[in-house]
Write a protein that binds this ligand. Structure first.
Ligand SMILES: *Cc1c(COP(=O)(O)O)cnc(C)c1O
Length: 308
């Protein structure tokens, strides 16, 4: 679905330029995954898919459940025991079969892969060119809305958002810097960029669980070696604070994975003042709630009431 493009008064004033928000948080399923998973599932449906299989306990699995229901194709999602109740409920509401299996994603994913046949199609959360094609419509929309950005800020998990935005920029022949933001505990792209190697992190930590891919997809790594991609890492606390500030300023609740990108603007971590139009992808998050953010605040000894 097309999402709103809003000029943020607060963030524009803070950064001395126009800061534009692409509100992917407004998607029915709460994140841009509707574009990526939506496009991939539609393509596989055309090719004869009879069932979709996913192992994501997060926004990707929630999007597969929703899209499958829209397309009238059954969905099975196998998730590890660590998956939140909220996520499982959201998937079941869209009539997906949810199987809870294993202590980690690796085990759940193994079972998911064992279900795959020629007609039972595995929907990867971030590593599939169809996903990137679906995401590239974000760039089509902002150009149609009359904004040509001078820079883009976005969050990085497995790298589909980055790959999709780059695909869109190419379509429109835009060669601009893209700031790729991760938290310190999930810095698989930033570490790979520093080492100039497609590395796998030993472990991922922290509150931005949606960004917790130990290894980014090969395509995103290759892009980071060629295109104007600038790596940024932020602390968990900065990502969380940005969620609360954004809630106050724009009355929209997002998860820390999205707060990470927003914190670049809230804390002026990049000097944008020489640029006129900076676009932030507000990637969203389906399972976050005010109570969840308050629980995370306690864990990080942050008191939103005192600080805002
Ligand atoms: C999927 C997702 C990300 C990370 O995207 P990748 O394509 O895996 O890099 C960030 N934020 C939200 C809300 C997401 O759903």
């Amino acid at each position: 679905m097309k999402t709103p493009l809003i000029r943020s008064k607060k963030l524009s004033a803070l950064n001395c330029c126009n800061v534009w928000l692409k509100m992917e948080s407004s998607q029915v399923t709460g994140s841009f995954k509707e574009r990526s998973i939506g496009h991939a599932c539609t393509q596989y449906a055309k090719q004869g898919a009879k069932k979709f299989i996913s192992s994501s306990g997060g926004n990707a699995g929630i999007a597969v459940a929703y899209i499958g229901h829209q397309l009238n194709i059954p969905v099975t999602v196998i998730v590890p025991k660590t998956t939140s109740k909220t996520a499982i409920e959201l998937m079941r509401k869209d009539h997906a079969e949810v199987i809870v299996h294993g202590d980690s994603w690796l085990e759940a994913n193994e079972l998911a892969l064992s279900y795959v046949t020629e007609e039972n199609i595995y929907i990867h959360p971030f590593d599939d060119p169809y996903l990137w094609e679906g995401i590239s419509t974000i760039v089509d929309e902002i150009i149609n809305d009359g904004v040509t950005p001078d820079a883009i800020v976005l969050s990085i998990g497995g790298g589909s958002l980055l790959s999709g935005i780059q695909h869109g920029l190419k379509k429109h022949k835009l060669n601009i810097p893209v700031y790729a933001v991760e938290t310190e505990g999930t810095a698989s792209l930033n570490t790979a960029m520093q080492k100039k190697q497609h590395i796998t992190l030993d472990k991922v930590t922290g509150i931005a669980t949606t960004l917790a891919a130990k290894k980014i997809c090969k395509h995103a790594f290759d892009l980071s070696q060629q295109e104007q991609i600038v790596g940024v890492t932020v602390s968990d606390l900065d990502a969380l604070k940005a969620c609360f500030e954004f809630l106050d300023d724009h009355r929209t609740l997002v998860e820390p994975a999205c707060g990470a990108a927003l914190s670049v603007l809230y804390d002026q971590k990049v000097e944008f003042s020489h640029l006129s139009d900076v676009l932030v992808i507000v990637c969203g998050g389906a399972t976050t709630s005010l109570n969840h953010l308050l629980d995370l605040s306690k864990d990080l000894s942050f008191n939103p009431k005192k600080s805002l």
